[in-house]
Design a protein around this ligand. Structure first.
Ligand SMILES: [Zn+2]
Length: 103
């Protein structure tokens, strides 16, 4: 079996699906990055408390958030056509697995 032939309509659906996945990645990762930067900037040099919140409280919450984002990315950041994980590339033009144009 050779590569599947897709119609222009199917290709358009795949591109729209990729655009939605990329938008969701942005919506999840941008606030998280902001929180990490804020925590790094606000942590008290001695106690590591952030705005009075002790490290024993904020650190587990932050790691839970990072872990959740990682799990979400594993499910979301995939090729809409072949479901291959897209890896650490922010704006892939096409899937490395099946070669489908994503944008
Ligand atoms: Zn693919």
């Amino acid at each position: 079996m050779g590569p599947r032939i897709r119609t222009d309509a199917e290709k358009a659906v795949i591109k729209a699906s990729f655009a939605a996945r990329r938008r969701r990645q942005f919506l999840v990762l941008t606030p998280l990055l902001g929180i990490v930067i804020a925590v790094a900037g606000l942590a008290d040099a001695r106690s590591q408390a952030v705005l009075g919140v002790p490290a024993g409280v904020w650190a587990p919450a932050l790691f839970a958030g990072l872990g959740g984002a990682a799990v979400y990315t594993l499910f979301n950041w995939r090729c809409p056509a072949c479901n291959r994980y897209l890896g650490a590339q922010w704006s892939p033009m096409r899937c490395r697995g099946c070669g489908i144009p994503l944008r």
